[in-house]
Design a protein around this ligand. Structure first.
Ligand SMILES: NC(=O)C1=CN([C@@H]2O[C@H](COP(=O)(O)OP(=O)(O)OC[C@H]3O[C@@H](n4cnc5c(N)ncnc54)[C@H](OP(=O)(O)O)[C@@H]3O)[C@@H](O)[C@H]2O)C=CC1
Ligand SMILES: CC(=O)[C@@H](O)[C@H](O)COP(=O)(O)O
Ligand SMILES: [Mn+2]
Length: 380
């Protein structure tokens, strides 16, 4: 197995699953961007044969000399992608963050690897290119909602699906007004009510862009029209999503807020392996709540649905603008509502066209980032 992005939130939880199931899973390849100490620690623990460091300038970090002597080191973004194609790798976990993950996803599918997919941005941008490459059961979703939907669909026929109910925690700012949102700080936005995740996705959850990305992700993964995917605010994050069928029956998948469950399912499918995750005592969970998502207050959700409906390169442009604005907000360079404003402005100015190639998407990503930086007046 290769774990790309092994030092992040999903990557480190993947390693935890591998640790528990060392009799079933052998980790041979690992990647990171800058976190050399964590990369070396993992390579030593799992006896990895290959590591890749996307930021080549970190190769001289003294800790890198502590890699096992037989471990091959690759440097640069291409080296991360190459791990996904190695002959001694059969399963690739794509736990990279952002559009950059598209290269590894594309390469893994082309090389016929089984692909556990957390990197939602690349599905949003390149679903039109990735999905036709995936044979049935080759691409296993890791995102909790999509894993839930996937689990509800086991044994079902796609033509029997009526709509998807994508649950949403509502984020840390549920119920706030636009005036209140204008004042929120990165620190408050990073305090997610139910999940501990990497900083980029946590900000996306606060703007509801995460849910917008997930609507487009679900559209590609399950071939369901954007308007048949309903966002349902469920503050407790115990129902991970639901599928409604043509006969009105609804199936849901429930559990605690622990990403090791969907990660493990992506690795064990079609089996289930035992797990010592904390079990929910359902008798103590009487207060499930459901609300409509407030797209007027959280405009990023409406923008993403629009991008999903208009299709083409617009979702990629939207994602690029969001990646820039998300980082600008985290760094204190813009306000919370500037995220939505700048993403909307880039989308309004975008000349949409059909998706044709990864090279085209790279250019779309580059141009949309430039436009977003100009909108925000930042030089990221
Ligand atoms: N965290 C979660 O619970 C969930 C995450 N997801 C999705 O999973 C993906 C990963 O999220 P998360 O784990 O939170 O993110 P993190 O930021 O925690 O981790 C990202 C990983 O990618 C590496 N990385 C960052 N930039 C680059 C780059 N330019 N090139 C190569 N590697 C890079 C990081 O390395 P380094 O540590 O060296 O910087 C790190 O290993 C995202 O797409 C997210 O939306 C989906 C559902 C839940
Ligand atoms: C754990 C996971 O899959 C995240 O995408 C989570 O769903 C974020 O929570 P929100 O529902 O607040 O976006
Ligand atoms: Mn999710």
């Amino acid at each position: 197995m290769a774990v790309l992005g092994c030092t992040g939130s999903i990557g480190s939880q993947t390693l935890d699953v591998c640790r528990r199931h060392a009799d079933r899973v052998r980790v041979v390849a690992l990647s990171a961007n800058v976190s050399t100490a964590a990369l070396v620690r993992a390579a030593r623990e799992f006896g990895a044969r290959h590591v890749a460091l996307a930021d080549a300038s970190r190769a001289t970090d003294p800790v890198m000399s502590e890699l096992p002597p037989t471990c091959e080191i690759g440097l640069g973004e291409e080296a991360v992608t190459e791990l996904a194609e190695l002959p001694d790798v059969d399963v690739v976990v794509n736990a990279l963050v952002g559009f950059v993950g598209i290269h590894a996803g594309y390469a893994a599918l082309k090389a016929g690897k089984s692909l556990a997919y957390a990197n939602k941005e690349s599905v949003v941008c390149g679903g039109d290119l990735l999905m036709p490459l995936a044979s049935p059961g080759q691409l296993l979703p890791v995102d909790s909602e999509h894993s839930a939907i996937f689990q509800c669909l086991v044994g079902e026929r796609s033509e029997d699906v009526s709509r998807l109910w994508l649950t949403c925690s509502g984020g840390p700012f549920f119920g706030l007004s636009r005036d209140e949102l204008a004042e929120v700080t990165p620190e408050r936005a990073l305090a997610h009510p139910t999940w501990r995740m990497g900083s980029k996705i946590t900000i996306d959850s606060a703007t509801l862009m995460n849910k917008g990305l997930e609507v487009i992700e679900a559209h590609h993964l399950f071939q369901v029209p954007i308007d048949d995917i309903r966002v349902l605010v469920h503050r407790q994050s115990k129902i991970h999503s639901m599928v409604e069928f043509v006969d009105g029956v609804v199936k849901a998948q429930l559990g605690g807020s622990d990403m090791r469950a969907p990660i493990q399912y992506a690795l064990s499918y079609p089996e289930r392996w035992e797990a010592s995750v904390r079990r929910v005592d359902w008798c103590g969970e009487p207060d499930f709540t459901f609300d409509e998502a407030d797209e007027r207050t959280f405009g990023c959700l409406a923008l993403a649905k629009r991008a999903g409906r208009e299709h083409g390169t617009l979702p990629c442009a939207m994602n690029a603008a969001n990646e820039v604005a998300n980082e600008a907000f985290r760094r204190g360079l813009c306000g919370f509502l500037d995220i939505e404003r700048s993403v909307g402005a880039v989308m309004d100015a975008w000349d949409n066209e059909e998706v044709q190639s990864v090279e085209q998407l790279l250019e779309v990503d580059r141009r949309a980032r430039e436009m977003a930086r100009a909108q925000l007046g930042v030089a990221l």
